[in-house]
Design a protein around this ligand. Structure first.
Ligand code: SF4
Length: 64
C-alpha cells in the first residue's frame, strides 16, 4: 500500500489525523501530512476509513 495526499485539494479538515494518528498528521498550515516512514500505511487497518472520511477526497491509496 502506498498513500498519497493531494495537498492542493486538502482543506485541513483533520479527519485523517483524527482517524489514524499513527499515519497522518497536519503540517503548520493544517494540511495533511504523512508521518515519516508511514507512507505504506504501517499496517493500520483504518487507513481506508481515513480515505472515506476525507471530505474532499484528497487521500489516495495505491495497492493493497
Ligand atoms: S481529511 Fe482530507 S481534507 Fe482533511 S486534513 Fe486529511 S486529507 Fe486534508
Amino acid at each position: 500500500m502506498r498513500i498519497h495526499i493531494d495537498k492542493d485539494r486538502c482543506m485541513g479538515a483533520g479527519m485523517c489525523a483524527l482517524t489514524v494518528p499513527g499515519v497522518f498528521t497536519q503540517d503548520d498550515d493544517g494540511l495533511s501530512e504523512i508521518l515519516p516512514g508511514r507512507e505504506d500505511g504501517a499496517g493500520e487497518p483504518l487507513v481506508r476509513e481515513a480515505v472515506r472520511a476525507c471530505p474532499v477526497q484528497a487521500i489516495a491509496v495505491e495497492g493493497e
